[in-house]
Design a protein around this ligand. Sequence first.
Ligand SMILES: [Zn+2]
Length: 553
Amino acid sequence: MRTPSTLLAAVLLAQPAAAAAAPADLVIWGGPIYTAVDARPKVEAVAVRQGRIAFAGGRAGARALVGPKTKVIDLKGAALFPGFTDSHAHLSEIGQRELTLNLEGSKSAAEVTQRLKAYLAERKPAGLVEGVGWIETGWPEGRFLQRADLDAVAPDIPVLLRRADGHALTANTAALKAAGIDEATPVPAGGQILKGPDGKLTGMLVDNAMALVAKLRHPPTREQRLAQFGAAFKVETAYGWTGVHFMSVSWPEVPLLEEMDARGEASLRVYNMVDAAQAGPLFSGGPRATPDGRITTRGIKLYMDGALGSRGAALFEPYSDAPGLRGVFVTEPSVMRPILAKALASGIQVSTHAIGDRGNATALDLYEEAFKADPAKGHAARWRIEHAQILRPADIPRFHADGVIASMQPSHAIGDFHFAPARLGKERLKGAYAWKSLLDSGAVVVGGSDAPVERGAPLIEFYAAVARKDLKGFSNADWHPEEKLSRAEALKLFTSSAAYARFAEKDLGSISVGKRADFSGFSVDLMTAPEAAIPKGHAVLTVVDGQVVYDKR
Ligand SMILES: [Zn+2]
């Protein structure tokens, strides 16, 4: 029997329920919806109001929120996830790849030559020609791209073709001449000018040596930059990403992205890590964000060493296949120290590229040194190491101990494992791409693609994290299958942990009431599909702040 006081309680309780029943702007159902919340990993429906998640639960609950103006999306069996974030991507280069000569997927040096020839015939360029995306892994020629490959079809016009990892490029003879580079040119610190057995230039310039041809380029115009970002937003949302952590942003790009957001043209959530050499305005002005938070700038990016493929990664012991080489420090510790001290003092997040075991150990040493100034601040600073590729087993627990985030790119492993055993030997492979060991040690691991170094497809990254096999299904003991992640662990790499790594775990990273409505829908159910089916899937629905930015259901 109801007493007046229980009646009153019923009325009071009913009020918030009535307020919550205001119609939603968007309701999504019709497929499995994974939340990345351990307590309730799967729901039937989500509802969105004013760009935020208003409901996550059963279909009946969502139906009650459908009003006359509610947009209702039927997933038709596709699977929905919290918005996938690429925690390490280079947006301008992704756009550039779309707008210039795209060499991604070239299966031989001969194919690069053919693609260059076709590009020249079609575009008839008058000035410098640039291309991006070749990588010699698996090429029948068994070597890097050389200037002769380019000279064959471009004898007179300067051509620069960047290797996919961004750490090397091949210049043709015309470009070398125009830049005044010959066999006598001194090798810049932190770089390599490759020569053949005959002592002649091969045309390949590695790491800091790439600066020797910088004078051939005009800085991109404002219009070119805007076009690059437009192209990048389009390709990223079509892959199913709702956000990226944009690495090595040049300072002039920051206001351009903010402008695009103000005009409603930024369909992607962007978190900027500014190239440390240009970060003066960030240090003086402090972290910044657009009013809706879509474009946020809070960090800097540093480079400790080079890359493994071009033997620039700094190792303790020499490369197994090049006994004279131990890689290079792209930035000397003496240069990094004052930058790190200043960043810690001013609340600027630091991301440092480190690939080799010596690169990673040194970056951790430098972080620890900086944290000594203010240990509590240091532990909460969420500084990151980008790639964290080759670690001495003893360095693995240091990530958790120091509160340092490991930002890793699963697709690097499944590409690199074709040559990493030759570069490193079996022993050093034990700490290579060791994402499971890092997670088990308590470290936060976030996932990304490093696009355009890799294609930049979330499903390839997810597959690589859980399968540790190449796209043909190949793997062996050297690939250390024990480092595979579970599906639930892999999901967090791109969702909740990615949010934490940009200080946005209250707003992003899971399907929870109150968070921003960022969703990624894929044709495959990543939690249950057979491993091999994962990379064959595609994005079907991308939603950012409740706005549908890509829909191919
Ligand atoms: Zn990168």
